[in-house]
Design a protein around this ligand. Structure first.
Ligand code: ADP
Ligand code: MG
Length: 682
């Protein structure tokens, strides 16, 4: 789609060392220089008299050096004083190079750009930008753009490269007049030129304002490129072939009849959507979204049975071995009585067992294979793979999604996630998936009471564990995440286990952590599920998916170290039975502002969607999307919270363009995403 002789897509004509630096900035082709926009602007168009210069903004002043010295108190620093006709000003440098000192030889004229503050010795600028001007120098006639850069690439050098491209690159419109006009967008060329080479009538703060029409235009274009590429990916998938899986409903009906509960309306709706997709001759890529505990597993099981009824195999993968194991146990319990053979396949299996499992999968004897992603990375050949189910899909990268696709042709894919996606994210980053939402919890759940307790009150909390278990319920105790050291984290878990065992001799206290072998972990989990153990001490391995309805107390140590999604997931492990459940979030002072903000959100909210929305506000979309974003075009200019209106406009325009102006689509994608189009085929 991109032509090699097209000047926009040629690499910048620079030496290899410089090309490397540009590459670090995401600049791989000449047009990327055009799209490399300033972070901010400096105003060197106007010279202030020292005495009249305003506070609270960067100003340019010029004066003669009347003194300088290197002071040693309170720390080594260079201090100079300059003077103009109106007054004088101190310039202070805490970091400086020896050769900077000579700029301040008495009698030199310098210009200083910086913010003036009131200091002990009168007005001062700390670390101003300095230029010696000798007998005066002309003022800039427009604001100076300051670009994101890397070490060893100066602003003037980068500016020169960029400005050269402004004259040689095509900056025409990609959008047809007919569709662009009603949106009243600033023309692309005008927006680009203004941002790179601002005219004197704009102030630095006007140019920094995201509502400036020029910025709006670029954000819109960027969002439009994203929408177009997602839609193309969606279309490309619809052109692929997959086996239509109609099923005769025998097995699914048999399972539904045996269930001790009936499906909620939301589960039925989601299942109907999945089943409708499965009957299609092209691959389903559906995201099944539902808050923790909303009952996604049974929907997945029934979808699996539809595939199995149709004579195909199903693979289910989960991000951790514990979670995969839970699925295995639950699905075997549901499916084996119906005569459907289920197999466990994980990295930790012994060689012989693994070979057996692989043989059974290859022969088609195994109808459902459950495991971790190791299942799909190894050389596992399916006989007839019809459906792949991926739990907690946000934990997996796009790459893994692709790897799956290559096994046994193109199976249908059902992805499950308990991480609720705010609407803006769903609209942009998940626009290539179909989404079903389970927006209703099964009946009979009791609300969870969340408590924030200082870890100094540990004794009381242990007493509360004792009481909960004396009442016949069970408790989780989650040990803190210690990012620096897995060994330390393990040690903490072992110590906590010992302490609780000593303090609660009447109770069975179990321990699971990431270093245990899979079968050891499974044995402990199973004992906890049977209430042979009343307390389960765990590292965060239990984060997702564990399901023991009789557990009604969740204690989380050092909750301030955990992210919101993780806290929400952990809290969701309780509140699954009929007993009133409690989640104790232990914290240690002092709390950072971020930690405070997170704890406040989790304390005040139970709704996963609201928590995710707040999470997005606190830390931006990057982390929330996890691996999903890798390989996808990141948004550089648009901001999903701020630019909802632009996003909606882009979403409306995309299908019209695709329908009526395929050439405009090509031109627009080429401008914005050339060189990164590999994901179009995803
Ligand atoms: P998640 O969506 O978090 O994966 P699960 O599928 O593990 O949730 O379901 C949570 C619990 O709710 C399980 O014990 C499951 O058997 C139970 N469950 C699922 N659907 C229903 C329902 N319709 N009525 C009652 N309980 C249900
Ligand atoms: Mg689950």
């Amino acid at each position: 789609m991109t032509s090699l002789i097209d000047p926009a897509n040629q690499p910048p004509a620079v030496a290899p060392a410089l090309a490397k630096k540009l590459e670090k900035l995401g600049i791989r082709r000449r047009f990327d220089l055009v799209l490399h926009l300033p972070l901010r602007y400096e105003d060197e168009t106007h010279l202030y008299a020292i005495a009249d210069a305003p506070y609270g903004q960067a100003v340019l002043v010029e004066g003669e050096v009347i003194a300088h010295e290197i002071q040693f108190r309170p720390r080594r620093q260079l201090v100079a004083r300059i003077e103009d006709a109106s007054g004088s000003l101190v310039l202070r440098f805490i970091h400086f190079y020896p050769n900077q000192v000579k700029q301040f030889t008495t009698g030199n004229r310098v210009r200083a750009l910086g913010e003036i503050r009131r200091g002990f010795a009168g007005d001062e600028m700390v670390h101003p930008k300095i230029r010696e001007v000798g007998n005066g120098a002309p003022l800039a006639d427009s604001l100076t753009p300051i670009y994101p850069t890397v070490n060893g690439l100066t602003q003037p050098a980068l500016r020169k490269l960029i400005h050269a491209e402004l004259d040689s690159q095509p900056l025409g419109e990609t959008l047809p007049e007919e569709l662009a006009a009603p949106l009243r967008l600033t023309p692309f060329a005008e927006a680009i030129r203004l941002l790179h080479l601002p005219t004197p009538d704009y102030s630095a703060s006007q140019l920094a304002d995201p509502r400036l029409p020029a910025w709006q235009r670029l954000k819109f274009d960027e969002l439009l490129a994203q929408q177009l590429s997602m839609r193309l990916a969606y279309r490309a998938r619809r052109l692929g072939r997959a086996p239509p899986l109609r099923g005769d409903g025998m097995l699914s009906r048999a399972l539904v009849e045996r269930l001790p509960f009936s499906l909620t309306g939301a589960q039925q709706r989601a299942l109907a959507e999945v089943r409708a997709d499965l009957t299609q001759p092209h691959p389903m890529h559906r995201l099944l979204q539902g808050d923790v505990g909303s009952g996604k597993t049974i929907v997945a099981a029934l979808a699996a049975l539809t595939a199995i009824e149709s004579g195909y195999q199903v693979a289910l993968m989960a991000p951790t071995e514990i979670l995969a194991e839970q699925h295995f146990l639950k699905l075997s319990a549901w499916l084996e009585p119906l005569g459907v053979p289920v197999r466990w396949l994980a990295g930790s299996l012994r060689k012989k067992q693994k070979q057996e499992a692989m043989a059974a999968i290859a022969s088609g004897e195994t109808r459902l294979a459950v495991g971790t992603h190791a299942l799909f990375q190894d050389e596992v050949a399916f006989h007839r793979l019809g459906l792949v189910i991926v739990d907690e899909q946000h934990r997996f990268g796009v790459g893994q999604r692709l790897a799956l696709k290559e096994k046994g042709g193109e199976p249908h894919q059902l992805m499950m996630s308990a991480t609720p996606i705010p609407r803006t994210l769903a609209m942009s980053f998940y626009a290539d998936l179909d989404v079903s939402v389970i927006d209703e919890l099964p009946p009979g759940r009791t609300p969870i009471v969340t408590k924030l307790i200082n870890s100094a009150r540990r004794e009381e909390i242990i007493a509360h564990v004792a009481k909960t278990c004396a009442d016949g319920q069970q408790a989780y105790w989650v040990c803190p995440l210690i990012e620096e050291s897995e060994t330390l984290q393990l040690q903490t878990a072992v110590d906590t286990h010992q302490q609780l065992t000593d303090d609660l001799p009447q109770l069975g206290v179990g321990l699971v952590h990431g270093r245990m072998k899979a079968d050891e972990k499974a044995a402990v989990m199973a004992a906890f599920a049977r209430n042979e153990l009343q307390v389960l001490v765990a590292t965060t391995v239990i984060e997702v998916g564990v399901d023991v309805p009789n557990a009604s107390l969740m204690v989380i140590e050092h909750a301030e170290r955990m992210g919101l999604a993780q806290l929400h997931q952990l809290r969701g492990r309780v509140g699954r039975g009929s007993a009133r459940s409690v989640c104790v979030l232990m914290f240690d002072n002092p709390l950072s502002d971020l930690a405070k903000a997170r704890l406040k959100v989790i304390y005040e909210n139970v709704d996963g969607f609201e928590i995710a929305r707040q999470d997005l506000l606190i830390r931006g979309p990057g982390e929330l999307l996890g691996a999903r974003q890798s390989g996808l075009p990141m948004l550089r200019f648009a901001n999903l919270e701020e630019d909802l209106e632009l996003l909606e406009a882009a979403r409306e325009l995309a299908p019209l363009l695709l329908e009526r102006h395929p050439q405009a689509v090509d031109a627009h994608l080429d401008r914005w995403l050339a060189g990164r189009e590999q994901f179009l085929k995803a």
